[in-house]
Design a protein around this ligand. Structure first.
Ligand code: FES
Length: 223
């Protein structure tokens, strides 16, 4: 019994003869300060990293609404020019949820890229007016056959591919279908400089080269 009692180590610092210990104290002040400093450091680090992680991962969980909006009758659109149509993308946001989409008919001479050359899958081309640099509204300039961004000068050709300025990728596009004689606009998608489709990305996010791996893809509810 005595041996066991000798092996017993009290939890109180005073019993263990630690210099400067107080009665009833179970942790040395040095240990307490060290633990406090580590906790404060962890809280400070978390306050930076958790919001940053949330910001980075939020697009992954963003649901792209599965809705089709009527843009107008098929004969409203032509092959060589874009018609701007205001489409409601998110009805719950009122005016903010509306967006201008530039639409034209499929053009065999223009739409020769392997991703959009089939008029059965791409009967109409619908291009977003949101600049892929920082989201400013681009304007279609018919005389120059260019989309021009007023904010920082990005310029896109008739296919929406960037030809100048800081935009990191072509203008986004929308899925299109024809129902009951109407052109309907579906979910947005992004494209790289070869017009290869990608899940929708945010402003400033490239999809060419390594850029396609750096930014999280967003889920798409299309079936
Ligand atoms: S937002 Fe268009 S160039 Fe910057």
């Amino acid at each position: 019994m005595a041996g066991k009692r000798d092996q017993y180590k009290s939890k109180y610092t005073a019993d263990n003869r630690i210099p400067g210990a107080f009665d009833g104290e179970t942790m040395t002040r040095r240990r307490f300060m060290t633990a406090s400093a580590h906790t404060a450091g962890a809280v400070a680090a978390a306050s930076f990293t958790i919001p940053a992680l949330g910001f980075a991962l939020a697009p992954v969980f963003e649901r792209v609404p599965h809705r089709w909006e009527i843009a107008g009758p098929t004969d409203l659109f032509v092959e060589n020019n874009y018609v701007p149509v205001v489409v409601t993308m998110q009805p719950d946001l009122g005016e903010v949820g509306k967006q201008t989409v530039y639409i034209r008919k499929h053009n065999d001479k223009l739409d020769t890229d392997r991703y959009d050359s089939d008029p059965r899958t791409h009967p109409f081309i619908a291009i977003s007016n949101r600049c892929t640099h920082a989201g400013c509204p681009v304007r279609w300039v018919e005389a120059a056959e260019r989309f021009v961004c007023p904010c920082h000068g990005s310029v896109f050709n008739i296919l929406g591919v960037r030809v100048g300025g800081p935009a990191p990728r072509p203008l986004d596009r929308f899925y299109v279908r024809v129902r009951n004689g109407n052109v309907e606009i579906g979910p947005r998608y992004s494209v790289n400089s070869e017009l290869r489709p990608f899940s929708p990305r945010g402003p400033g996010e490239p999809v060419d080269g390594i850029g396609q791996y750096l930014y999280p893809a967003q889920f798409d509810e299309r079936k």
